[in-house]
Design a protein around this ligand. Structure first.
Ligand code: GRF
Length: 226
């Protein structure tokens, strides 16, 4: 059994849920290595024993827990096992990073406004799977990614941060996914930082962000001449 993680101070305690390669988890891990980052990753849980992202956790000495969903007869039983692991590690914020299981409303309601997800589209457009294909097929000129608070409805909940990228002529789902992923790795740590610093206030479906920051420039594609 994994030992409990020692309490190392006042940083927000994050539990990351993954199912695969874990590049967003890695981006968060890198962010937490900055001394002034206000959150720490105290455990990583995967529903798949082969998830590549588990290696990043092991290398970093972070408890890496496998809870195989195939070992449970119902979604609720699996979610209870997840919940137990998160509470054992005294997690305060659950961060979904490529976690490919739909969580039950019971689980989500046990973590009110304390579960974050990253989705590779500009929500509320393109909820669900195959977002890059669908963005290209719809002829969108701009795509992107969204960090949001998880609510029981799939890919819905208060939006914390979004990043937009151009969709270029000749893009394939893979080239677009790579361009968006780069931005995912920027906005996920930033969203966690905002929450950990207490700068996010949830008002129904709206997340209000208190942050002194320069006003971003609009992204226009195709860019106007001159
Ligand atoms: C990312 O594209 C994320 O937006 C989506 O699943 C993918 C996970 O990638 N939810 P990784 O495992 O973080 O590399």
């Amino acid at each position: 059994m994994m030992p409990d993680t020692p309490d190392t101070g006042s940083k927000l305690r994050i539990g990351v849920l993954i199912s695969g390669r874990g590049s967003n988890f890695k981006a968060l891990l890198d962010a937490t290595r900055q001394p002034d980052f206000p959150a720490e990753i105290v455990c990583v849980i995967s529903n798949k024993g082969q998830a590549g992202g588990l290696d990043y956790a092991r290398e970093a000495g972070i408890p890496a827990v496998v809870v195989p969903h195939t070992g449970f007869s119902t979604r609720e039983a699996f979610d209870i096992a997840l919940d137990e692991q998160l509470r054992r590690h005294k997690v305060e914020l659950v961060v979904l990073a490529g976690f490919m299981r739909v969580l039950s409303p019971e689980f989500i309601n046990r973590w009110p406004d304390r579960i974050l997800n990253i989705h590779p589209s500009l929500l509320p457009a393109f909820r669900g799977l195959h977002t890059h294909e669908r963005t290209i097929e719809a002829g969108c000129k701009i795509g992107g990614c969204t960090v949001h608070i998880v609510r029981p409805e799939l890919d819905e909940g208060p939006i914390i941060a979004q990043a937009a990228v151009p969709v270029l002529e000749g893009d394939t789902p893979e080239t677009l996914a790579a361009r968006i992923l780069e931005q995912e790795h920027r906005i996920y740590p930033e969203a966690v930082r905002l929450i950990a610093e207490g700068r996010v206030e949830i008002d129904g479906m709206i997340a209000r962000i208190r942050k002194a920051a320069p006003t971003p420039q609009p992204l226009v594609n195709p860019a106007p001449r001159g």
